[in-house]
Write a protein that binds this ligand. Structure first.
Ligand code: COA
Length: 302
């Protein structure tokens, strides 16, 4: 089975509209929810949605045959991405195509941080989303007698303190990030073990299903806090993950009575500098950064 998402163009919209009407006719008949049911959407409204800069329509194809379609709302502003709506045409249902289509959408738009509304009374729909990792938030929108929409969210990203067992994944993540500076001793397993021992509970990571996708190293010398190697895996950027990690590390430093934190970032690292500027880490132009190697270090610049 080869489920693929094909980005729809405006010429596909008459076909999508026809499919949408047909696919949702059963639910429309059952609930008569003309304000919320996609089956009652006019062609003009559908085209209006097509032109929204944050909406993407996809045809769901299996071995070149169109079996359904979906719309993804992705504002790219850190807000939840949304599937609204998705459908598989009647003859193709119960074959796992919708599950595959949602997974494909997560590959295109990035995993984690999704949300949607589904009909509370349709246990099959709820089960479908729960199997995909969504959970009900408790928010319920009462639409009419015997019909409510329930909010579901999917957030597979979790944050926790880094430990030495994470080293291999963390190192691989560092090496995949451009414009960073490492060396053979401080960033070796032994170097990081020493750093974590001396600064327990200050370095954090974000993981998704056991896969490390972001990390921050933080520690202090009793006076100043220092941050090293903040990295977020490319496909998870601009989701607020680095901001959250920084918040955790700065919170831990503050708890230790540290009043100021500093870091180094290559001037050529535009994304890094934009991030730190946004976080209020301003460039000092009145000081010269000086240092001296006490042991010969081999630089590893990415
Ligand atoms: C820098 C980096 C850590 C940011 O991670 P992130 O999770 O994408 O950052 P956030 O989503 O928390 O960004 C918060 C804000 O920082 C700014 N910012 C982050 N990345 C930016 C970029 N590429 N361009 C411009 N501004 C950026 C934005 O203001 C952003 O808010 P917005 O998305 O609402 O506009 C990430 O790009 C990265 O891992 N880069 C490679 C490693 C690196 O260079 N690390 C820094 C050196 S120490």
């Amino acid at each position: 089975m080869r489920v693929a998402l094909v980005k729809a163009v405006i010429e596909d919209m008459p076909k999508i509209w026809k499919m949408q009407q047909e696919a949702f006719s059963g639910l429309l008949e059952k609930y008569q929810d003309t304000d919320t049911n996609p089956g009652a959407e006019s062609f003009d409204k559908l085209c209006q949605r097509f032109h929204e800069p944050f909406s993407s329509y996809y045809l769901i194809s299996v071995d070149q045959e169109i079996v359904g379609a979906m719309r993804v709302v992705d504002r790219k502003d850190g807000s939840r991405k949304r599937i609204s709506p998705i459908w598989i045409m009647e003859p193709f249902r119960n074959r796992g195509y919708a599950t595959e289509a949602v997974r494909e959408a997560e590959k295109i738009h990035g995993p984690g941080h999704w949300g949607l509304y589904t009909i509370f009374q349709e246990k099959g729909c709820l089960h479908f989303y729960e199997k995909l990792g969504y959970h009900q938030t408790g928010e319920i929108r009462h639409i009419k007698d015997q019909m409510d929409l329930v909010a579901c969210e999917k957030d597979s990203i979790c944050y926790r303190a880094m430990s030495l067992e994470d080293y291999d994944q963390v190192y691989a993540l560092w090496m995949s990030c451009k414009n960073m500076g490492f060396n053979d001793l401080d960033d070796s397993r032994e170097g990081i073990a020493r750093f974590l021992r001396r600064n327990p509970g200050m370095s954090y990571l974000a993981e998704d299903d056991g896969r490390v996708l972001a990390v921050i190293l933080a520690g202090h010398d009793g006076r100043r806090g220092y941050i090293y190697h903040m990295s977020v895996s490319e496909e998870y950027r601009r989701l607020g993950i680095a901001s959250r990690l920084l918040e955790l590390s700065l919170g831990a430093l503050k708890k230790e009575g540290i009043n100021k934190a500093a870091l180094l970032v290559f001037r050529r690292n535009e994304a890094g500098n934009a991030f730190w500027e946004k976080q209020g880490f301003f460039v000092r132009t009145d000081v010269a950064y000086r240092n001296k190697e006490l042991t010969k270090l081999i630089r590893i610049d990415t």
